[in-house]
Write a protein that binds this ligand. Structure first.
Ligand SMILES: Cc1cc2nc3c(=O)[nH]c(=O)nc-3n(C[C@H](O)[C@H](O)[C@H](O)COP(=O)(O)OP(=O)(O)OC[C@H]3O[C@@H](n4cnc5c(N)ncnc54)[C@H](O)[C@@H]3O)c2cc1C
Length: 424
């Protein structure tokens, strides 16, 4: 089936089409600052705001518009998760595992607090439905429900016979409902963080590329394409868009493309049939699909087919065909937007934060960073200002093996994951 495109179909994020990125007036770059933050997404803005609120003179620079990265391209799912549940975290990391689990829940609370303080981003806490794509995953979800409840999180398992009450699809074998999950409009959330940073007195400098960082004694010189800044500290918040600025950081993350399509507004009856509780849907595959309804009733459907580069049109057609398999009810619905962005994958699938080559950094939320990158940014900002370091700094933060050969081996790794997803 050819993908039905709306007459005004555009290959731009739905979110920035609705809420364009904020372009603050061009101010001269200061010659010095207490802290320079590189990256104007959720993480960088949260770090700079925390610093400014504690009396530090903080400046954000971004090579592109503020929010141009994943912070305006994501699925808007506010999911308090690491890639493993609380019991496995404790088995793997001991007492630190519990603190890591508590951190992701604090990250979720932070987003709800920011919304409560007035960030108007259409946030709704509607819960997540995690869907078994194969019978062999059903027990895993059942155990995960028990684990989450034992850790004090509201969760329940849904057997295949009752899935109809959660999703209008016959493609899944069981589900796990996690109540503490919500959805927001990512660009509007980012706009709120920009306003908060500006109100705290942060200097905002989009279209300013940091090109070099040099330490000299207790000071750091940040060279940008618009001049140099002499700083007391630097926070690098470039996530999947890390470049050669801090080579040791670049080698700790793999930027992997993820793609999303958005439909026109659904008929309310169709929307209710497909997703009656407006859950955030995610499946159990390695190349997982994530999909949800927007506040105004569109379907937003995301995923990726491989680890090789693909065009937006190819990704769109693959996502549309996949969505039709799951929800044939949407066959007459046109696609209005398709776009992509990079997620930052780490070798051990855990976020990383710390100090590398004399600069503070936070990165690697492995596709679940709306809450976590925001929280990590705030915690790293507070750390620079004198608070304790966040628990993620206690992890080993491994490099990606054979990083410079990644373009050669990633497509092969991708094929392996696809085979694992399809195996009987
Ligand atoms: C398609 C997609 C879907 C996703 N869906 C979800 C989801 O539903 N839920 C969820 O929790 N997470 C999701 N994520 C992940 C989430 O969006 C990210 O974890 C989060 O937005 C990262 O925020 P950040 O501020 O760390 O980085 P970004 O928002 O990516 O910002 C990094 C910035 O650094 C700038 N930069 C890089 N190098 C330099 C330099 N040298 N000088 C100046 N600036 C520089 C870039 O221009 C960029 O703007 C998704 C990501 C993608 C791509």
């Amino acid at each position: 089936m050819t993908t039905p495109l709306a007459p005004d179909y555009a290959e731009v994020p739905l979110w920035t089409d609705e809420a364009p990125l904020v372009e603050p007036g061009r101010e001269p770059l200061p010659e010095s600052a207490d802290a320079v933050v590189v990256g104007g997404g959720y993480c960088g803005l949260a770090a700079a705001t925390e610093l400014a609120r504690r009396g530090h003179d903080a400046v954000v620079v971004d090579r592109e518009a503020l929010g141009w990265g994943a912070s305006s391209r994501n699925g808007g799912m506010v999911i308090p998760e690491l890639k493993v549940g609380p019991a496995r975290l404790e088995r793997r990391y001991g007492a630190l595992g519990r603190r890591l689990f508590d951190s992701v829940n604090e990250a979720f609370d932070l987003v709800e607090q920011l919304v409560g303080e007035g960030i108007d981003c259409g946030y709704e806490r509607t819960g997540q439905l995690y869907l078994a794509h194969h019978p062999r995953l059903v027990d895993h979800l059942r155990h995960e429900a028990d684990e989450m409840r034992a850790a004090g999180q509201p969760a329940h398992f849904v057997p295949a016979s009752e899935l109809w009450s959660e999703i209008g699809s016959d493609q899944y074998f069981g589900g796990l409902v996690l109540e503490r999950t919500g959805g927001l409009q990512p660009a509007r959330f980012h706009q709120g963080l920009v306003a908060r940073a500006a109100a705290a007195g942060v200097g905002l400098h989009p279209h300013t590329e940091a090109r070099a960082i040099e330490r000299s004694g207790s000071r750091v010189r940040v060279t940008t394409d618009r001049g140099d800044i002499d700083a007391g500290a630097v926070v690098v918040a470039t996530n999947a868009y890390a470049d050669r600025l801090v080579p040791a950081l670049q080698r700790r993350v793999l930027p992997v493309g993820s793609y999303i399509i958005a439909t026109e507004r659904l008929d309310p009856d169709v929307a209710a049939a497909v997703n009656p509780h407006r859950r955030m849907f995610v499946d159990t595959k390695n190349f997982l699909f994530y999909w949800r309804l927007t506040a105004d009733g569109r379907m937003v459907f995301g995923g990726r087919r491989s680890l090789a580069p693909v065009s937006i049109a190819e990704a769109r057609d693959f996502l549309h065909a996949s969505m039709m398999r799951i929800h044939p009810q949407l066959r007459d619905v046109a696609i209005t937007h398709a776009w992509g962005g990079n997620v930052a994958i780490t070798f051990d699938r855990m976020p990383q934060a710390g100090v590398l080559d004399g600069v503070h950094y936070a990165t690697g939320c492995n596709g679940s960073g709306v809450a976590l990158n925001t929280w990590l940014g705030a915690r790293v900002g507070a750390w620079v200002a004198g608070d304790d370091a966040p628990p993620f700094t206690e992890l080993r933060a491994p490099r990606i093996p054979l990083w410079s050969l990644r373009r050669a081996y990633l497509p092969v790794v991708g094929q392996w994951y696809r085979w694992r997803d399809r195996r009987p």
